[in-house]
Structures are given as C-alpha cells and as structure tokens.
Design a protein around this ligand. Structure first.
Ligand code: IDP
Length: 141
C-alpha cells in the first residue's frame, strides 16, 4: 500500500457551472481524504507556475487566460495510490473522448475547458501543492 497525496483543482468552468459539490462528493465517496481545500482566484504568476511544463506550447496563453478568468477550487487528497486513482476518476484531457463515468466524461465537451486538473505524478503533486497552499493550510488528520 502506497499512501500518496495529490493536488486537484476544479477549474473556472467547473466553478461557474456549479459543479464543486458534485466533484468533491465523488472524491469523498471514493474514500479519499481531503487534507486541504480552498477557493481562490489564481494570479497570472501562480497559474504560470502551476502549468510551467506547458510554457511555449501553442495553447499556453489560452490556458493561463482561462484558469485566471474566475475562481478555482484546489484541494489536497490523500489515499492509497491517490495520484493514479484520481487521474482515472477525472479521465483523459479531451472531454469529448473521456469515457462516461469519469468527471471529464460526464461534464466536459472540450479539450481546453475540461472542468478539472489533477497531478500526474507524486513529484508533480508535491510541487503543485506548494504553488497553491501554504504549509499551515494542510491539515494533519
Ligand atoms: P491534463 O490536464 O489531462 O493533465 P495536459 O496535457 O497536462 O492535460 O494539459 C493541461 C491543460 O492544458 C489541459 O487540462 C487543458 O485545459 C489544456 N490543454 C491541453 N491541450 C490543449 C489543447 O490542445 N488546446 C487547448 N487547451 C489544451
């Protein structure tokens, strides 16, 4: 058993469409533990840090404009193999190709505005958690 932490962020489209509760409920029902939870409006600097690996790609500007356009909700989830479990639950990037039953499969119809972000490795999770949360916002329980 490998207990991991992962970073999840409900993107502006998910917040604006009123999907916060629906999405959090899925993670709670799965048995993942919420160790931190916060709504915030990302600054451009924070968004660029969060998505630093995509700098230079054709969609980078569009992505930064999108994730800074309205509030997002970030969370730290903990559980056995949390990184891969959450990636399975959110589905592939393109909402049009994501299978029904996944979050993107059920709620997204776009590759850019795809409702949710989740870290793709434990190392990336630790980096992204630090961009979004201060140490004392993560609760040990
Ligand atoms: P992921 O969110 O499934 O990990 P990544 O390839 O890491 O997907 O891309 C990060 C985010 O960048 C995506 O979730 C999406 O919002 C945006 N994105 C990725 N590819 C495209 C694209 O081709 N056009 C527009 N936006 C894109």
């Amino acid at each position: 058993m490998a207990v991991q932490r992962t970073f999840v962020m409900i993107k502006p489209d998910g917040v604006k469409r009123g999907l916060i509760g629906e999405i959090i409920a899925r993670f709670e029902r799965k048995g993942l533990k919420i160790k931190a939870l916060k709504m915030k409006k990302l600054t451009r600097e924070e968004a660029e840090k969060l998505y630093d690996i995509h700098k230079g790609k054709p969609f980078f500007e569009e992505l930064i404009n999108f994730v800074t356009s309205a509030p997002v909700v970030g969370m730290v989830l903990e559980g056995d193999e949390a990184v891969s479990v959450v990636r399975l639950m959110i589905g592939p990037t393109d909402g049009r190709k994501a299978p029904p039953g996944t979050i993107r499969g059920d709620f997204a119809l776009s590759i850019g505005e795809n409702v949710i972000h989740a870290s793709d490795s434990p190392e990336r999770a630790e980096y992204e958690i630090k961009v979004f949360f201060k140490d004392d916002e993560i609760i040990d329980w």
